[in-house]
Ligand binder design. Structure first.
Ligand SMILES: *Cc1c(COP(=O)(O)O)cnc(C)c1O
Length: 462
């Protein structure tokens, strides 16, 4: 399988190369040249298989050539061995025809572990084979950073630097980034919002001299391997609810559009997904874009679902690429407009294509809090605030088709918001109960590209 850039001007790469690179050199994102499909019989045959076996069957055609089947099976087994639930991604029923898919049983309690644990194993095998070292730099609104640190801590061939917005992540998120003791882990608290962190990261990728000198690699949600890992649980959930014989819909709490884009890939592969509901918090650029066609950034307003406090939704570029019929030139033009003018208008034709797959909704802060309260009272389920945004928005789309809302984080990761809603502080799982006692290690940095690049050059092991 070959990978091409959404902006049409970067070299065509293999799976392994696209994974190790992250962002394409023309500023675009890598997508597979074709999307492989599964027949109805092949989907039906997934019923009853383990998460790992389904993961292998779904991902193998995308990986082809970069890893042998045996190697890839072992990588998958290692990636999910540390999860705290044998099903990996269990489904829980909330109401008639409404289910939540618990994606928070990984080591850092958010769905990011599904992709990051796999990427950690893939990098280790690929880098050992190449005798190569890389510097991973990530920007995070909280969960990507902790998942990346957990996946890469202690690996010889990798230094990992994570930029997070100072003071804007939850205490559990921060501690998961600042308490690992391994020398290859570097948590950097930057002044600004997540979008500022993401912008500095993109600047580093566009500084080719720096990029090549440190062997920069990106594991943000723009990395294709992350999207791919997330395709798997759409299949496991849909099959356990009756696919391919029955259609299923999904509601996805969304920030950078990575998780919901994985749903789009699953649908393109032949999984009978009726609707993908994009759920945003008050930072609702995606809801506005999908309902009006106008993609326009505004100020980020901090919310109780901080991992979705995003105004520049990186993976949306991939959806635009497909909606524009694979026209990289058109996508490049939209992205230039975004940079110069803070927004763009989606063409009528492309908007129509997007609206055939995606619908959207938003939840205010009050609606999110009230949803946590109500779900607890009616079902006993304790929702994290991101999941509550999803469950709230999903209610407008319930019908005869089963609806699966993705539960993206464990409630204990956001105890303040949960306590405000239900009067109880959800406990951390036993395996990380001492998180609040461990000592922290973090470096404060200004929102200044040169200063950050200098720090990375100085800290990384040669
Ligand atoms: C990252 C994250 C999201 C948003 O996911 P995207 O792939 O960026 O859309 C939602 N909820 C939680 C808990 C997250 O960590």
């Amino acid at each position: 399988m070959k990978y091409i850039s959404t902006r049409g001007q970067a070299p065509v790469l293999s799976f392994e190369e696209a994974m190790l690179t992250g962002l394409a050199r023309d500023g675009g994102l890598y997508v597979p040249e074709q999307i492989p499909t599964l027949s109805s019989d092949e989907i039906a045959a997934l019923a009853g298989l383990s998460y790992e076996e389904i993961a292998f069957r779904i991902m193998q055609p995308f990986v082809g050539g970069s890893f042998s089947d045996g190697e890839f099976k072992e990588i998958i087994a290692r990636a999910y061995a540390g999860f705290g639930h044998a099903a990996r991604a269990p489904l829980v029923q909330l109401a008639p025809n409404h289910f939540v898919l618990e994606l928070f049983h990984g080591p850092t309690l958010a769905f990011k572990d599904f992709a990051m644990q796999l990427i950690g194993q893939l990098f280790q095998v690929a880098l050992a084979r190449r005798g190569q070292k890389v510097t991973i730099v990530g920007a995070t609104s909280g969960d990507t950073g902790s998942a990346a640190i957990e996946a890469f801590r202690g690996l010889d061939a990798v230094d990992v630097f994570i930029l997070y917005p100072h003071g804007r992540v939850s205490e559990v998120q921060r501690r998961q980034m600042t308490t690992p003791t391994e020398a290859n882990v570097h948590a950097l608290a930057m002044d600004g919002h997540f979008d500022d962190c993401q912008a500095r990261l993109k600047d580093m990728f566009n500084d080719f001299e720096f990029r090549d000198s440190v062997g920069l690699a990106g594991v943000n949600s723009i990395n294709w391997a992350r999207v791919l890992a997330q395709v798997v649980y759409y299949f496991t959930a849909a099959v356990s609810l009756g696919a391919p014989h029955r259609k299923v819909s999904f509601t996805v709490p969304t920030g950078n559009f990575g998780d919901v884009f994985a749903g789009y890939i699953a649908r393109s592969m032949g999984l009978p997904i009726e609707t993908l509901v994009v759920a945003t918090n008050q930072n609702d650029i995606l809801h506005r874009a999908l309902s009006t066609g106008e993609y326009r950034t505004s100020e980020v307003t901090p919310s109780i679902s901080p991992s979705m406090d995003i105004q520049v939704s990186s993976n949306f570029e991939r959806a635009l690429f497909y909606a524009y019929g694979g026209d990289g030139g058109a996508v490049a033009q939209l992205m230039d407009e975004l940079k110069a003018e803070g927004g763009f208008r989606i063409s009528q034709g492309a908007l129509q294509i997007l609206q055939e797959t995606f619908v959207s909704g938003r939840a205010s802060e009050a609606e999110t809090g009230a949803m946590i309260t109500r779900a607890y009272a009616e079902t006993g389920e304790v929702l994290c605030p991101h999941t509550a945004v999803g469950v709230f928005v999903a209610q407008d789309h319930l019908g005869t088709t089963p609806m699966v809302t993705l539960a993206t984080a464990h409630p204990a990761k956001f105890p303040d918001a949960v306590e405000a809603a239900i009067g109880l502080r959800p406990p951390l799982p036993n395996r990380m109960a001492d998180l609040y006692e461990r000592s922290e290690r973090v470096t404060r940095v200004d929102n200044d590209l040169t200063a950050i690049e200098d720090l990375i050059c100085e800290r990384r092991a040669d």
